[in-house]
Design a protein around this ligand. Sequence first.
Ligand code: OAD
Length: 259
Amino acid sequence: MTASENLHPVTVPESIVDSARRASRIAVLTGAGMSAESGIATFRDAQTGLWKDFDPKDLASPEGWTADSDLVWGWYRWRAELVRRSEPNAGHVALAQWQHRAHVDIATQNVDDLHERAGATVLSHVHGSLFEPYCSDCGTRAALDAGAADAPAEEDQRVPPPECPLCGGLIRPGAVWFGESLPEAAWDAAEDAVRRADLVLVVGTSGVVYPFAGLPAIARSAGATVVEINPVETEVSDMADHRWRTTAAVGLPALVARL
Ligand code: OAD
């Protein structure tokens, strides 16, 4: 903890502390804002968001892949290297610590591995993983050679995707794209976790991409208390019982310290 944090301790709303202390099952739903303080850009923040310079259809859809697979592969390779060079932030670490003390299921939209590298167990990566590419023809998993020479320095650098050693098809990124179904087991696990939770924390998501964005409403109708952690108002805010305008790396450690 730095000297300035000591002088200005973060005040956690008591209603949130009470809910967290009472809960026997907690589900944490995370989005890109969870990793923002690790230096990974979100998608929709106006100045810094990844979708500021790119149309998501070009980089995150089957049509974009068909049209320019070198652009798509280069962009995901660039992001994988960015993540590899980044570190989990204090919010990731706090969630891992919470898991040692309580039943905390983490379901994330993030395709990074920062929860895991902080020591947490992730129940569900509903949008896939940057580190699990697979063959676009036969579906066989491929390894992503971290730090490999094909990793581009710029986000718009084209890199030809490798070929599948089994069938010769193109290896595609392991992220779920617009227009594709979510991995069924990952979705089922996330939905089950929010249905069974007493407390659902929604951290760092704009709440606009479905079906993940529907999970807070499912949680509410199943009787959970829903808490949003996000510096700004979002699509989730209206249905949250408590809205805490803070960031993941500030709010989560302060909350876990009170439990
Ligand atoms: P967005 O970029 O849509 O939203 C990020 C949210 O994080 C915003 O509401 C920010 O206010 C908030 N935020 C920013 N910094 C934060 C911080 N330090 N702490 C907490 N919150 C912060 O990202 P997602 O909601 O995750 O899908 O986007 C959902 C999906 O859209 C992604 O999984 C991706 C994208 O297209 C696919 O790739 C399939």
